[in-house]
Design a protein around this ligand. Structure first.
Ligand code: NDP
Ligand code: 7N6
Length: 324
């Protein structure tokens, strides 16, 4: 059955749409494919599309953005190049019979390394040397500021692809790792798994709390004033999930009143983080621009998931990573 797959131009925020289109060619690895906007594959096509009438020629769409036009273009399947699909209208998609798949499963190493990097920066004070180096300032830290990760504690909230990637790396550094998720079954590299109603106990001894849940009705504001207050004053909050999972106002208040040592934030209530946000100015806050998962191999990992689901779509088999 011929199958036309659109690669939406919005993926350009993460990688050029043409590299994904080319990677979805059957003989992409041989490098002998001449690129064009609509290459033929076994009677099927992959083409880069915008949001206009060209969408109507597609059976399925791979996209970064969500747009209402996707609902009325005759698509049967939408693939999000993000794991987080909180911006998609699940009910609308379901009622129109449009299936939605996401990209969970591909980010464990990149985000795991980013979070490990945050913890190393804070422990070894690397972010401060970088700041001071800009002023050509040769300044030692206070004697009791630097520490090592070994023997320190980490609480990972959300123990899926991201959370496990973080936990494995922390464990390898000799950290004591606990975690939180709704299903309280054991997880490799995690000493104890708490449920969300026990979250304050889970964070009370944690030098670092890493947030890695999806944004859902249950997790919106999950890390609020109470949870932040339950953390030790020497604690650092690390958020790589979605801005809405953490109460940013409460976090700022804790940081400005020295009731938390610092934070590393990849995601924010408003993105890009507004220029006037005080978070930019704080010495012990690391801001990364929603880039914790960035890697030049991103498109290849997306291509693997999409290729498999395209095969399943044509064969009438159930999808992997199906959300709706
Ligand atoms: P997974 O689905 O693999 O894991 C989600 C985890 O969260 C599961 O362990 C789940 O366990 C847990 N969880 C769900 N609800 C709750 C809750 N109420 N309280 C505690 N834990 C909960 O997703 P990923 O790890 O792939 O991604 C997680 C999210 O991270 C994405 O949805 C996305 O928003 C964000 N993300 C951000 C990236 C970035 O670039 N910064 C990159 C990739 C993802 P259980 O069901 O047992 O509760
Ligand atoms: C693209 C970010 C997700 O949810 O937000 C992330 O997967 C991906 C680099």
């Amino acid at each position: 059955m011929p199958f036309t797959l659109g690669v939406h131009e919005s993926v350009d925020l993460i990688f050029p749409p043409t590299v994904l289109r080319d990677a979805l060619e059957p003989n992409a690895d041989s490098g002998d494919v001449e690129s064009s906007d609509a290459d033929s594959i076994d009677g099927s096509e992959v083409r880069v599309v915008g949001s206009g009438a060209e969408l109507e020629a597609c059976d399925a769409l791979v996209t970064f953005a969500y747009e209402d036009a996707f609902l009325t273009s005759g698509l049967s399947w939408i693939h999000s190049i993000q794991a987080g699909v909180d911006r998609f209208p699940f009910d609308e998609l379901e009622s129109r019979g449009i299936r939605l798949t996401n990209s969970t499963g591909i980010h464990g190493d990149a985000v795991g390394e980013t979070v490990l990097g945050y913890m190393i920066q804070f422990a070894r004070r690397l972010h401060r040397y970088r700041d001071r180096g800009r002023e050509r300032e040769w300044a030692h830290p206070e004697w009791d500021e630097p520490f090592t990760l070994s023997g320190e504690s980490l609480c990972v909230v959300g123990l899926g692809t991201l959370g496990r990637g973080i936990a494995a790396r922390a464990d390898a550094c000799g950290m004591d790792v606990v975690g939180v998720r709704r299903t309280p079954t054991p997880v490799d590299h995690v000493r104890e798994v708490y449920t969300p109603n026990e979250i304050e106990s889970a964070v009370e001894d944690a030098r670092f709390v890493a947030v890695a849940t999806p944004l859902t009705e249950e997790t919106r504001g999950l890390i609020g004033a109470d949870v932040l207050a339950a953390m030790p004053e020497s604690g650092y909050l690390l958020n790589v999930s979605r801005g809405g999972v953490v109460d940013e106002t409460a976090l700022l208040e804790e940081l400005e009143n020295d009731r938390l040592a610092g934070a590393a934030l990849d995601v924010f209530e408003t993105e890009p983080l507004p220029e006037e946000s005080p978070l930019w100015e704080l010495d012990d806050v690391i801001v990364t621009p929603h880039a914790a998962a960035a890697t030049r191999d991103y498109y290849r990992r997306i291509a693997d998931v999409v290729r498999e689901n395209r095969r399943r779509a044509v064969a009438g088999e159930p999808f992997v990573n199906q959300v709706v």
